[in-house]
Design a protein around this ligand. Structure first.
Ligand code: HEC
Length: 121
């Protein structure tokens, strides 16, 4: 009987640790609205002027609008860590915090070919 109660206490403890970890993993949440104020850095190279009029050219690489947020965040942190080598993207990514990357990812993920014409896409 005693053994059983120790065991159940252990289970409760490890459950708490687990909850603690998963709460931490969710800490950085991106916001598209916040991202809107940060993408001015990227516009010079990644924005496509008159997006809709140039519809067949929308899929030029690398296009960010409509990409999965996690894909963008991961790519940026890979540049920051040096796992991706492009020198300009590396220096830009180095200046971004995890929060900036998450916000920018959400912002671009929210852009689609049918979004209203938006010079920051
Ligand atoms: C000076 C021009 C320039 C600026 C400014 C710039 N980028 Fe880039 N970006 C590039 C180029 C060129 C590539 C392709 C590099 C490569 O092949 O690794 C790229 C690649 C990327 C990729 C990877 C795309 C893919 O499909 O793999 C992401 C994500 C990205 N940029 C995000 C950003 C964000 C976010 C900003 C603003 C904070 C930004 N870039 C600013 C030129 C730029």
């Amino acid at each position: 009987m005693k053994k059983l109660s120790i065991l159940s206490k252990l289970l409760v403890c490890s459950g708490l640790v687990f909850v603690g970890f998963s709460a931490q993993a969710d800490e950085v949440k991106g916001s598209a609205a916040a991202g809107n104020t940060k993408v001015w850095l990227c516009v010079g190279c990644h924005s496509i002027p008159d997006y809709r009029a140039d519809y067949p050219l929308v899929y030029r690489v690398p296009m960010l609008g409509g990409q999965n947020a996690a894909y963008i965040t991961t790519a940026l942190s890979e540049y920051k860590k040096g796992e991706r080598k492009h020198p300009t993207m590396r220096s830009i990514a180095t200046s971004l915090s995890d929060q900036d990357m998450a916000d920018i990812g959400e912002y671009y993920a929210a852009q689609t070919a049918s979004s209203p014409n938006n010079p920051l896409k």
